[in-house]
Design a protein around this ligand. Structure first.
Ligand SMILES: [Zn+2]
Length: 151
């Protein structure tokens, strides 16, 4: 897949990026590392990418959350869906980020217990360690006591 769609954490706008690039700068000036896990949609077609960016921006402008088109029905269990998205990511930081982004999308906010369910399915890590690392790296924040969201 050559292109991906990302949503800028700073201005909240969707834009297309080249999937091979490691970093990207948004027109709003935000420069950051690109994780594959942050790409909401991937395609080889520049045309399809442009359409998806336009669609995402109109959804976001309407105050909605971007919903990627579902290509497959997927697993019923949200934890299984989350685990599936992090599977195969070898960089632990990237995998951890993929997990919390997916958990936030599936559940809104999540607890350490929710994270534990996913890590059990993935067969790795301690949720407490992972949460404290993610909080230290500003990748998640605590919305209320014991409830977290990705940033
Ligand atoms: Zn931006």
């Amino acid at each position: 897949m050559k292109y991906g769609l990302v949503i800028c954490p700073s201005c909240g706008k969707a834009r297309g990026v080249e999937a091979a690039k490691k970093t990207s700068t948004c027109p709003c000036g935000r420069h950051g590392r690109l994780f594959k896990s942050q790409m909401k949609f991937r395609t080889d077609s520049p045309l399809e990418l442009a359409e998806m960016v336009a669609q995402a921006n109109s959804q976001l402008a309407g105050g909605k959350k971007f919903r990627r088109p579902r290509s497959s029905k997927g697993a019923k269990d949200p934890f299984a869906r989350v685990a599936k998205r992090a599977k195969g990511l070898h960089d632990p930081a990237e995998a951890a980020e993929a997990v919390v982004i997916a958990l936030t999308e599936e559940l809104g906010d999540f607890s350490v217990e929710d994270l534990r369910q996913v890590l059990l399915l993935l067969g790795k890590g301690s949720p407490d360690d992972m949460i404290s690392r993610l909080v230290d790296n500003n990748l998640v924040f605590e919305v209320s006591e014991g409830r977290y969201r990705s940033i």
